[in-house]
Design a protein around this ligand. Sequence first.
Ligand SMILES: *[C@@H]1O[C@H](CO)[C@@H](O)[C@H](O)[C@H]1NC(C)=O
Ligand SMILES: *[C@@H]1O[C@H](CO)[C@@H](O)[C@H](O)[C@H]1NC(C)=O
Ligand SMILES: *[C@@H]1O[C@H](CO)[C@@H](O)[C@H](O)[C@H]1NC(C)=O
Ligand SMILES: *[C@@H]1O[C@H](CO)[C@@H](O)[C@H](O)[C@H]1NC(C)=O
Ligand SMILES: *[C@@H]1O[C@H](CO)[C@@H](O)[C@H](O)[C@H]1NC(C)=O
Ligand SMILES: *[C@@H]1O[C@H](CO)[C@@H](O)[C@H](O)[C@H]1NC(C)=O
Ligand SMILES: *[C@@H]1O[C@H](CO)[C@@H](O)[C@H](O)[C@H]1NC(C)=O
Length: 407
Amino acid sequence: MLQYIFFFFLFLLVGGRGRLQTGVSADIESVKVGNISKVEDAVYFHVYYGQTFKVIKNGVDGKSYLLIQDNSRMAARTKYCTARIKSFVIPLSNYSVDTEYFPVSFFELLGSVGNLKGMTSESVASECVLKSYEQGEIHIISKSEPQLLHQFSAHFISNTDQPQACNFASFLPSEEDTPLQRAEWIKYLGVFSNLEVRANAVYDAVKENYMCLTKVAANKSAAASFKPIVAWMNYNDGVWSFTKDTYKLKYVEDAGGENVDASINKITYNISNPDDLDELHAILCSTVDVVIDESYTSDPVGYNVSTFLQTINVEEYSCFTFLTNKSLWRYDKRIQNSTTIDWFDGAISQPQLVLADLVEALFPTGSYTTTYLRNLAKEEGVINIKSEMCDRDSSTAMEPTILACQL
Ligand SMILES: *[C@@H]1O[C@H](CO)[C@@H](O)[C@H](O)[C@H]1NC(C)=O
Ligand SMILES: *[C@@H]1O[C@H](CO)[C@@H](O)[C@H](O)[C@H]1NC(C)=O
Ligand SMILES: *[C@@H]1O[C@H](CO)[C@@H](O)[C@H](O)[C@H]1NC(C)=O
Ligand SMILES: *[C@@H]1O[C@H](CO)[C@@H](O)[C@H](O)[C@H]1NC(C)=O
Ligand SMILES: *[C@@H]1O[C@H](CO)[C@@H](O)[C@H](O)[C@H]1NC(C)=O
Ligand SMILES: *[C@@H]1O[C@H](CO)[C@@H](O)[C@H](O)[C@H]1NC(C)=O
Ligand SMILES: *[C@@H]1O[C@H](CO)[C@@H](O)[C@H](O)[C@H]1NC(C)=O
């Protein structure tokens, strides 16, 4: 049966031309199938297991990776590098990452930071990866010298808009539509290091906590006299818009809130146009209880409530519930060097923390300290991520933060 599956995937991989088949079946007895990960929620990747190999398929960019166990005969004789398929010998003994949009926290949860040996910059929102870097475990490899990246068994990237060498592997959790689907990509990285058991355990714990918090939020929502309406708002180049990102809308639902109406989030509002501005004010005044301001700024540290008020262009705001009730948030609370926001890293791998933040924003208890969201209306500032904040040996696994959740 497995042999059959094996050839079936080879067929898929090499498009039926089948150059790979020769000499492969002899390997099949030599290595036992190990621990496996099953993809439950994510839709953009799949994992298939053979006796001495695994295949991971990335549905976003259409690439497949043939991962060959280093103790198999196939490892020494098989090497693939085409536009659609690449081979890697696993478990990876070392790897590097392109830090652009890359969530290194997945490696921390897996406990594989000890094998992270190269990064393209020090722009990472992780205190412990910074610590490894400062201790000389990780070297900075400039992207202007791409040949230096060839020394690593794999080079992981999240920005696929670049030339890709044979050892490049893409990692694209952000393409998924729900918070849990994004988090499940820990299994994708786990297969490269034979860390399926760990990846499954982390995902199960995160998912269980997330689901529990969702139930608590639903109960809070049912007990409240109304569901708070939440607007994710973005200001760019003179124009305000509301988010259409599915995962953000899902967070609001799971936190027991309601999203602004679809008729509103379709439209953009140019603040130089008085009619647009009026309409924006009307919406903010009449329907919105909680605002999450996700506008890009080159100076997150200096971004405060005044910055927001200037761009929506109002002086008198007693009409705005989210201001009178002090619920104006940004997701840049945890930030490194004023540039790299943990929202694009730790918040992807641990969505239960984001959900808990949102529940606090929607149904404030005053006793919960948020992780990623800061309240501009309460003059909450940023937390500057530094290596000194790392309280463990970086090469050991980070435990997911499981929040108290009582129904
Ligand atoms: C399965 O995972 C466990 C725990 O990580 C490990 O001890 C064991 O060696 C693995 N088995 C195989 C066959 O890889
Ligand atoms: C990475 O691992 C490979 C395979 O074990 C080895 O050949 C290479 O020298 C290692 N590179 C670094 C930078 O450690
Ligand atoms: C906003 O409106 C102003 C005035 O009509 C116009 O000059 C500007 O190009 C508009 N901006 C965008 C991004 O459309
Ligand atoms: C916001 O920051 C600006 C300067 O960065 C400062 O002048 C202003 O007082 C701040 N506003 C509030 C409400 O803190
Ligand atoms: C204002 O916040 C309180 C909790 O701090 C909440 O009970 C109330 O419903 C909120 N009012 C509105 C209009 O959102
Ligand atoms: C901090 O960011 C600036 C660019 O905003 C960059 O020039 C500088 O090298 C960075 N410093 C560190 C230590 O990452
Ligand atoms: C929901 O909350 C109410 C209080 O508003 C509580 O009495 C009830 O036990 C809760 N139900 C569940 C299933 O947690």
